[in-house]
Design a protein around this ligand. Structure first.
Ligand code: NAD
Length: 363
């Protein structure tokens, strides 16, 4: 099969880590007989330098014409880069927000997986880590409190601020369906997180999730209050498979979940709409402090490419192969600087390019 992939290398370490993900995709193509065509798309600071805009209409059109987009990261040093002297809507991050909006990317997926070899980076106790954990946080990305009406007004001689939290049946149903679909590709368990003991929006969330669950008899599901979920994530993270939740709860819980896995350089992510299209990117930023040094960890981007194969192209065996190759490289003792153990014993430190090559070689 032939797949057309939009590639946004972006700024800072973006070009370095994306190059390694493309190397791994090409190795997958050769092994499994697929053709991946790449279209380079400018976004972020590099687009500002070239066109004066963080994202042009041509770039949006190129992204829309792709089967999926693989991205590095955008932005520079927010204190020193001239990009941050520009008005807010001309800065690098405005490009990403515009892209997410133009592509209607309402579902954000962030896996939190603990590698046996990186257990040392996990801040939890050994007895809590147990057999390790492997969960997917599925966060609604375009509704809820962050997109509701807001105001700050003087009332009765004092300032009063208001934010509104709105969810429609349609918004809940489409993310819930995505969550159950993803669970079908995993261990078939969904934990839907809300605050139904207080919020109307959560009670509607619960009702719609139950309706959607009826169409997925193979998936076990449960409801959990968000405060309890925050505790359970550090008490017994192994109990979770897919955590399905609204925008603000997902924002907070996904950071909590990713913290317990260790390095930012290992964390992939995907943003999906209601087609097979997705935007796949590492959870970290452009790391201007290490850009150009050849030491950035490309694994999060490589794992994001694996997510692209799984969720946009339904190439599960190919995605499994990449994930297995990453595990093997760690098992073989190779580490980038961000995941080096404290004592540095029994492992070998490698740079960005070597890490990409080592993973590609293990496919
Ligand atoms: P950051 O994630 O870029 O860096 C935080 C720390 O993590 C740094 O010490 C960095 O060296 C390290 N790090 C990040 N990715 C790494 C990797 N792959 N390998 C090894 N170490 C890694 O966050 P920041 O410094 O707050 O932001 C820098 C820039 O990135 C800003 O302009 C910010 O707006 C932008 N940003 C972009 C995205 C995106 O493109 N989606 C996301 C977050 C931040």
């Amino acid at each position: 099969m032939t797949y057309n992939i939009g590639v946004i290398k972006g700024d800072g370490i973006g070009p370095e880590i994306v190059t390694e993900a493309v190397k791994v995709l090409d190795a997958i193509g050769a092994k499994f007989g697929h053709q991946f065509n790449y279209t380079q798309i400018l976004m972020g600071g590099c687009s500002i330098d070239a066109t004066g805009e963080p994202l042009t209409d041509e770039a949006i059109a190129a992204a829309k014409a792709s089967d999926a987009v693989l991205m590095g990261s955008i932005g520079g040093n927010t204190s020193t880069s001239p990009w941050y002297k520009l008005p807010a809507d001309k800065r690098p991050e405005a490009g990403l927000l515009k892209l997410r909006k133009s592509l209607n990317l309402f579902a954000n997926l962030r896996p939190a997986y603990l590698y046996e070899e990186l257990k040392e980076a996990c801040p939890l106790r050994d007895d809590i880590i147990g057999e390790g954990f492997d969960m997917m946080i599925m966060r609604e990305l375009t509704g809820g409190l962050y997109f509701g009406e807001r105001s700050t007004k003087e009332e009765n001689g004092q300032l009063v601020a208001r934010d509104s939290l709105t969810y429609s049946e349609t918004e809940i149903r489409r993310i819930a369906k995505r969550g159950f679909d993803i669970a079908m590709k995993r261990r078939k368990k969904v934990t839907s997180v809300d605050k139904a003991n207080v919020l109307d929006s959560s009670r509607l969330w619960r009702k719609i999730v139950e309706e959607v669950a009826a169409d997925y008899p193979e998936v076990t599901y449960e409801h959990m209050l968000v405060d309890n979920c925050a505790m359970q994530l550090v008490k017994d993270p192994g109990q979770f498979d897919v955590i399905l939740t609204e925008n603000m709860f997902g924002d907070i819980l996904s950071d909590e979940a990713s913290m317990v896995t260790g390095s930012i350089g290992m964390l992939s992510s995907a943003s999906l709409n209601d087609t097979k299209f997705g935007l796949y990117e590492p959870s970290g930023g452009s790391a201007p402090d290490i850009a150009g040094k050849g030491i950035a960890n490309p694994i999060a981007t490589i794992l994001s490419a694996a997510m692209m194969l799984r969720y946009s192209f339904d190439l599960d065996a190919e995605a499994d192969a990449i994930e297995a190759a990453v595990k093997q490289v760690l098992k073989d003792g190779y580490r980038t600087i961000d995941i080096m153990p404290r004592d540095g014993s029994n492992v070998k430190q490698v740079g960005t390019v070597d890490m990409g090559t080592l993973i590609a070689e293990r496919l």
